[in-house]
Design a protein around this ligand. Structure first.
Ligand code: UDX
Length: 469
């Protein structure tokens, strides 16, 4: 006890979404392996989901390695049966209103019980309350950003966007943005959709405004899940304004004694047995992450495109992949038609899939974790961004790093209408045809375009590996 109270002690809160849990858990592992004491907090609901989908105790690897991670849970105000994904708006509106008081009480009790040994508060940047809690308990306030520095920098400079008439940004207007420090000239079409006029009242915009107009600037420093060499100008320019550290890629480890870990909200299906039967680089992996939704029409075009391509694929089709209540989203008889060409799962261990030698390409929604994981495994991408940072992340992958191609050509684009009940007023996927899908898959998997992408991704992969070495 005496020894642990002298170690730096951080209280960490992950945002209760898969794409945020994974990097935050891995950050906790890395800090603990450097000798920090960590109190790691999940909501009780997330705890239940993680426990159901895993046979081992959360943080068991940490404890086997003797790392000092003290795992706790906090009540988020809703019964466990309440579907937080279906009732997204209600859930997050209540979180915005009531969660800070719960955190306050939690941190107060923790500090009292542990003789004020806590020193840092590390929270996801999307939380709207850390500054006040950190000040009250005299904690160093560390904001953890799980997305690229480019997206952070755009959000950080909302005032500049406002001055230039780009926040809120008119929908369907294409203008140049060349005034954000450290950000090379970009087009307004690559802005995150929550900065667009049509998103003016959405929850995500409300959260971003609350965090970036107020909270973030009160943080003592920022941790970014990116790599200095990948986004050096953006990171250096940000450092002129607020202290930050690029600590990525956080989800991986080169040291088997300090493994990177996955905490899955859903139980993964075995894919290895099927993949083991396939030749090297012959299978396309398709996944749109843990959260975003699109329309049934798009899912069906993608399904037909996969069939047309005749190439092997693994496709993660989550139960809630479309915004309607329709759970029967694939074309009639699809699973019979694909036979051994494809494997459909509801959830898999993505890192295991991407690192399997049979995988040759990834059709992705451009979630930041998926991009980093694909780079880590040297797998080039077809980009089909759906919302939030994904549209901006696409620019990095396709335009800047040249390690992926667009699924849509960006011509004759009709944006799918927004699923209002989800409350994220977003462009949930450009329209796409099956022929386009099949053509892009072929370009990605073999031929000169593919060779070029593979050459470039090797270089970017080395940058990631060096960052961890
Ligand atoms: C969300 C946002 O959408 C994303 O843009 C942001 O960068 C982080 O938060 P999500 O949409 O879930 O995340 O995408 P992503 O960032 O790619 O994270 C998904 C995670 O789930 C990845 O770590 C991926 O490995 C994992 N995953 C996904 C699985 O383990 N199995 C699956 O079947 C699908």
């Amino acid at each position: 006890m005496a020894e642990s109270s002298q170690k730096p002690h951080a209280i960490m809160f992950a945002l209760p979404l898969q794409g945020h849990i994974t990097p935050t858990v891995n950050l906790a592992m890395k800090l603990a392996s450097k000798g920090c004491t960590i109190t790691f907090v999940h909501t009780e609901f997330i705890h239940q989901m993680l426990s159901k989908s895993s046979e081992v105790d959360l943080f068991s690897e940490a404890h086997e390695l003797g790392l000092d991670i003290r795992y706790k849970t906090i009540f988020d105000g809703f019964p466990v049966e309440f579907d937080r994904f279906l009732h997204f708006i209600e859930y997050w509106e209540t979180m915005l209103r009531d969660f800070p008081a719960r955190v306050d009480e939690f941190v107060g009790k923790l500090i009292e019980s542990e003789s004020s040994s806590a020193y840092f508060l590390i929270t996801d940047t999307f939380y709207t309350w850390p500054a006040i809690i950190a000040r009250k308990y005299n904690l160093v306030n560390v904001s953890f950003w799980t997305e690229p520095a480019l997206v952070f920098s755009i959000d950080y400079h909302l005032d500049l966007l406002r001055e230039n008439g780009h926040f809120p940004c008119k929908d369907n207007v294409e203008e140049n943005i060349n005034y954000i420090p450290g950000v090379s000239s970009m087009n307004t079409r690559d802005l995150m959709p929550y900065l667009k006029e049509s998103s003016i009242t959405t929850l995500v915009q409300k959260i971003v405004l609350k965090t970036f107009d107020d909270q973030v600037k009160k943080a003592d420093f920022i941790l970014l899940n990116t790599v200095q060499e990948l986004e050096s100008e953006t990171i250096s320019a940000l450092n002129q304004e607020q202290q930050n550290y690029a600590i990525g890629p956080i989800n991986f480890s080169t040291d088997s004694t300090k493994p990177a870990i996955s905490q899955n909200l859903w139980p993964p299906t075995d894919t290895k047995t099927w993949l083991d039967t396939k030749p090297p680089s012959s299978v396309l992996y398709v996944s749109f992450g843990s959260f975003v939704q699109t329309s049934k029409e798009i899912i069906q075009e993608i399904a037909h495109g996969l069939l047309l391509s005749k190439l092997s694929f693994i496709w993660v089709v989550r139960k809630d992949i479309v915004s309607s209540n329709d759970t029967d989203v694939l074309p009639d008889g699809f699973e019979d038609k694909i036979r051994d060409q494809g494997l459909i799962v509801q959830w898999c261990n993505q890192n295991m899939v991407l690192s399997h030698p049979a995988i040759g390409g990834f059709l992705t929604h451009c979630g930041w974790n998926s991009i980093l994981e694909s780079i880590w495994c040297g797998v080039p991408m077809i980009c089909y961004p759906l919302l939030g940072d994904q549209l901006t992340n696409r620019k990095l992958v396709v335009d800047d790093w040249k390690i992926g191609i667009n699924l849509c050509n960006g011509e004759s684009v009709t944006r799918e209408e927004v699923a209002e009940k989800i409350g994220i007023n977003h462009s949930n996927g450009e329209s796409v045809t099956r022929e386009e899908v099949a053509e892009k898959i072929h370009n990605l998997m073999s031929g000169t375009v593919s060779d070029g992408l593979r050459m470039e991704i090797k270089k970017v992969r080395t940058i990631l590996q060096n960052a961890l070495a």
